[in-house]
Design a protein around this ligand. Structure first.
Ligand SMILES: [Zn+2]
Length: 233
């Protein structure tokens, strides 16, 4: 924990102004939100994996046509509600089916990391040469802690971390990825893809088994993502 706190103190920027609602993406009523910048990253990542036309079709299906070619600005004002994010991601499953949707979510989650999540907070510091001598499991833990801190600091998606003998656990009780959706499958593959890519990055190119083991959309009490401590290769 001390290690992560150190990284955060040294690398996290100023917190977003939680009171600064309004502007282009003014919400009708306050609620759970992601900041504009996170909404922007998700839209850029989806455009990368689906193409502009594919994304536009999904935005129409999600009743979010105003976001087409008009992404939120890269600031930390509350911008994209959980309801909007979940509608957007759910529409991908509706259009491509759960299997096709899952592949797109995983790929988009990985793309989110390179499209800007990596530049948030202290993550860039984890590429420092000195960090590479830290044992792999510690690097993973610090990476997960810094990512959770970014979510907790800038968005209403509050992450609780836990660990089992073989896995780190990424747990949330209010999930903007699957908000108010009902599915028969774990619906938060985008977050799985993001965590996979983050672990690939902090480990210097190792792959890890990352699975969503419980999901609010399936009626579970939390969305829980288990990250194996041991690399696949
Ligand atoms: Zn979920």
């Amino acid at each position: 924990m001390r290690c992560a706190t150190f990284w955060m103190q040294n690398h996290l920027g100023p917190p977003g102004d939680g009171a600064a609602r309004g502007g282009l993406y003014e919400m009708d009523e306050p609620g759970y939100t992601f900041p504009n910048k996170m909404g922007r990253i998700v839209l850029l990542a989806l455009e990368e994996v689906m193409g502009r036309n594919g994304l536009n079709a999904v935005l129409n299906l999600a009743r979010l046509p105003h976001l087409s070619g008009n992404y939120p600005p890269p600031d930390f004002k509350p911008g994209v509600s959980f309801d909007e994010m979940s509608r957007l991601l759910g529409s991908i499953d509706e259009m491509y089916g759960p299997r096709g949707g899952r592949m797109l979510h995983l790929r988009a989650g990985r793309a989110c990391f390179s499209f800007g999540v990596k530049d948030l907070g202290g993550l860039l510091g984890l590429a420092d040469v000195a960090f590479r001598v830290v044992p792999l499991e510690v690097r993973m833990r610090v990476g997960i802690e810094v990512l959770a801190e970014i979510m907790n600091r800038y968005s209403d998606q509050q992450i609780r971390l836990a660990a089992e003998e073989e896995n780190f656990l990424w747990v949330t009780e209010h999930c903007g990825v699957c908000w108010e959706r009902t599915t028969t499958y774990p619906a938060c593959a985008m977050m799985v893809g993001l965590l996979q890519e983050a672990m690939y990055w902090v480990s210097g190119g190792r792959r890890f088994d990352v699975q969503e083991t419980t999901c609010l959309a399936m009626g579970d009490e939390t969305c829980t993502i288990a990250l194996s401590k041991v690399p696949l290769i």
